[in-house]
Design a protein around this ligand. Sequence first.
Ligand code: KG4
Ligand code: ZN
Length: 338
Amino acid sequence: MSTYILGIESSCDDTSAAVISDTTILSNVIASQKVHAEYGGVVPELASRAHQQNIIPVVDTALKRANIHKNQISAIGFTNGPGLLGSLLVGNSFAKAMAFSLDVPLIEVNHLQAHVLANFLSKKDVDSPKPRFPFLCLTVSGGHTLLLKVNDYFDMQRLGGTIDDAAGEAFDKAAKIMGLPYPGGPVIDKLAADGDPNRFQFSIAHLPDLDYSFSGLKTSFLYFVRDRLKENPNFIQENLNDLAASIQHSIIKSLTNKMIQAIKQYDCPDVVLAGGVSANKGLRNAMQDVANRYHRNLILPTIDLTTDNAAMIAVCAYFKYQKKEFTTLDAVPYSSQN
Ligand code: KG4
Ligand code: ZN
């Protein structure tokens, strides 16, 4: 008999609910909050309020699209952190109330683990390769840049990470400097497709070990653009595609350099990407080149499973359900990883 898991994600600015049957997605509904665009970033107070408005219709739609009744749900998984506390509290409280009323297990999920485990999700009638343990996984999102050696579903060894900005933050801040809307990552991705990645050079950090740093890159981009604008007020508009391609190239270079270093250090046949930035076409292509060069097998989440979604929360809960790792009603959300 199938296990049906309802997953709920509300850690940042997407309210999402999904139903999976074992590891197969039956529905994955995402309400993205438009309200933040005019502020150039997520406004936590507005995010919590929007989650509050979205959560019931989103869960309702997820159940309908999955074509199952709420009484068929085996367990409810929800994101308990890291994320914005006010946003997390909405999903946390809703999941507790619903699990309590249906008398089904409640399962808390770590958002970062869920991004990694999104690679174990399947779509109906689609055969996709799954990572084999142990594998290397680069999780790149708006809040995190983490290089992991994943030994098992919940045994993830941190090999390196950013010491300042996350890769997604670097994309978003560069986009802001160019006057592009938030979130800037997907906009830069699109513009970069028609630009020259080698037109402008920006300094990338060379940290020891497997750590990353993106704040220097952002500053060098900011000063470069500011100086050019003094000479030509139309500099950004006239060079938008090349600027996007060049900054994207620098971010990708930094990510692939460390992946190459990790591949040489750890003997893992599979290399995996996770998180919102793994939607980036340039990064996907560059990692494929790395994998080919070092005879590794690259596994990528489908684009819709890279950014925040509840199916990844549900699959993480599914693996915990199998181990009977349940959560009690006194679970408190946490904002940071540690
Ligand atoms: O994983 P995610 O949805 O949320 C967090 O957990 O942070 O990642 C969002 C981040 C944002 O910084 C966004 O700009 C970036 O992922 N992103 C992209 C692309 N799509 C989303 N960055 C580069 N290229 C993309 N195509
Ligand atoms: Zn995320």
